[in-house]
Design a protein around this ligand. Structure first.
Ligand code: NAD
Ligand code: UPG
Length: 471
């Protein structure tokens, strides 16, 4: 099947996925005009900012945007024009967990996908390949096709593809430059395969063809949920083992190393932590749980649900350890929380474990100092307000302060809690931190980040996740 040549791409959604993904396509395919559209004017303005103050922090992204923006990469709020001009459209809008209605708390909210799809149907005046980039439940492509076909003009045909994104935040650009695989799902019809080839030929500009996998539509949609569920499952497994380590005196680093050395298991994603965060893992597992329940597979639903249950347990267990260790009360005590992002090298705070920990410390009436090298203050206040809806922001601000350095956050604190694995926390002057703290000075390492022995030699009492050693 010969490939239709793609010359103009539109991406609906200029977020963490649409922005970096399509910026990289523009960089690698100078012959293709790429227009990224969004309804959010502030976001588009930031993408277009003359000083390249982009709306998201991602190592290497600025360089990509500097090279391509204005050449063949454009950011605009002119959604309709972007749709009309393009021969291929990525739908890369948000699909959060539903907050109300049927499936609330589990199912994906597909409203944004549906609205974007309806907009395509309403304004398109030529045939398009429509690519589902957002993470969606199995068979969403079918709903998109039904909407498009019911609303299209006579001379327009739409081919729907699924092309889930596997980038991780913090490493998005290197993941996009060298993906493990690109997955494209299509209907197994002649037209479906031709559309699949057209998209594959875009990626083939820089991705080796053996890494471009083509499968059926529903397999592609399910593979995305499956990949995230299995990655998160590894973290919950190692975190469950970290609890056993703490109770027995075993060391989770050693256990992970020994287990991961088996080539069938592999070493990656076995780092015990205070719990996984991010906008994807929990949402996608809950989505899989809902899908399983809808398919009358309660045992399957229960199996995947445990991954999230274990993650919640890990966060609660960690904050309880802090309280227990600080002589069973943290009322009025100052706790420095280092890191607010859900992982290092991103400013994203969605589902960050730090939010849960700080909420727990607040409810124990502690005073909390927060420092994160990338997260904006407004974002921190918004997240803390959302986490404690019954508490006015002014009351939260009496208990919580945001600091502009790790050293400032630790000043006069009783304890330091490492919530995000920012490299700079390993390198801070721990002797100076110690001098500025109340004694005994405690460190709780929720990310296996610091050299516990070195800190103990300075005088700290150190508790590390997954290590059953003495303070
Ligand atoms: N964040 C990640 O690392 C990641 C990785 C892989 C897949 N995903 C999936 O990709 C999708 C997007 O995630 P994200 O993190 O980029 O979300 P995001 O919230 O950062 O971005 C989505 C953007 O879509 C815009 N939007 C929504 N409806 C629109 C419409 N009708 N027209 C124009 N713009 C519209 C929003 O304004 C927003 O800027 C989700 O389904 C997510 O699960 C995310
Ligand atoms: O061994 C590990 C690895 C990760 N984490 C935590 O797990 C969370 C998620 O990390 P990561 O997967 O690196 O980042 P995400 O950006 O959430 O990326 C995941 O979610 C994306 C959205 O679907 C997928 O595209 C990616 O493939 C998938 O890795 C973070 O809180 C990490 O700190 C651990 O605790 N231990």
């Amino acid at each position: 099947m010969s490939a239709t040549k793609v010359t103009k791409i539109c991406c609906i959604g200029a977020g963490y996925v649409g922005g970096p993904t399509c910026a990289v396509i523009a960089l690698k395919c100078p012959h293709i005009k790429v227009t990224i559209v969004d309804l959010n004017q502030a976001r588009i303005d930031a993408w277009n900012s003359p000083e390249f103050k982009l709306p998201i922090y991602e190592p290497g992204l600025e360089d990509v945007v500097r090279q391509a923006r204005g050449r063949n990469l454009f950011f605009t709020t002119e959604v309709d024009k972007g749709i009309q001009e393009a021969d291929l459209i990525f739908v890369s809008v948000n699909t959060p967990t539903k907050k109300s209605g049927v499936g609330a708390g589990f199912a994906a909210d597909l409203n944004y996908v549906e609205l974007a799809t309806r907009r395509i149907a309403a304004v398109a005046n030529s045939s398009k390949i429509v690519v589902e980039k957002s993470t969606v439940p199995c068979r969403t492509a079918e709903s998109m096709r039904t909407i498009l076909e019911a609303n299209s003009k006579p001379n327009c045909r739409f081919d729907i593809l699924s092309n889930p994104e596997f980038l991780a935040e913090g490493t998005a650009i290197s993941d996009l430059f060298k993906p493990d695989r690109v997955l494209i799902g299509s209907l197994q019809t002649a037209e479906g395969k031709a559309a699949c080839n057209a998209l594959a030929s875009v990626y083939a500009n820089w991705v080796p063809t053996e890494r471009i996998l083509t499968v059926g539509l529903w397999s592609s949609e399910l593979s995305k949920l499956a990949a995230n569920a299995m990655l998160a499952q590894r973290i919950s497994s190692i975190n469950a083992l970290s609890a056993i380590c703490e109770a027995t005196g075993a060391n989770i680093d050693e256990v992970a190393h020994a287990v991961g050395f088996d080539s069938r298991v592999g070493p990656k994603f076995l780092r015990a932590s205070v719990g996984f965060g991010g906008s994807c893992f929990q949402k996608d597992i809950l989505n899989l749980v809902y899908l399983s329940e809808s398919l009358h597979l309660p045992e399957v639903a229960e199996y995947w649900k445990q991954v999230v249950v274990m993650n919640e347990y890990q966060k609660r267990r960690f904050s309880k350890t802090v309280v227990d260790t600080l002589f069973n009360t943290i009322t009025g005590k100052r706790i420095a929380v280092l890191g607010f992002a859900f992982k290092a090298d991103t400013g994203d705070t969605r589902e960050s474990p730090a939010i849960t920990l700080i909420r727990d410390f607040q409810s124990e009436k502690a005073l909390v100092n927060i420092y994160d090298p990338q997260v904006e203050q407004d974002q921190i206040w918004a997240d803390l307000a959302e986490a404690s809806p019954a508490t006015p922001l002014a009351s939260i601000q009496k208990q919580v302060s945001i600091c502009d350095s790790a050293l400032a956050a630790c000043k006069n604190a009783e304890a330091v809690v490492i919530a995000t694995e920012w490299k700079e926390f390993r390198e801070i002057d721990w002797e100076e931190v110690y001098r500025g703290m109340n004694k005994p000075a405690f460190v709780f390492d929720g990310r296996l980040l610091v050299d516990a022995e070195k800190l103990r030699n300075i005088g700290f009492k150190v508790t590390t996740i997954g290590r059953g050693e003495r303070l």
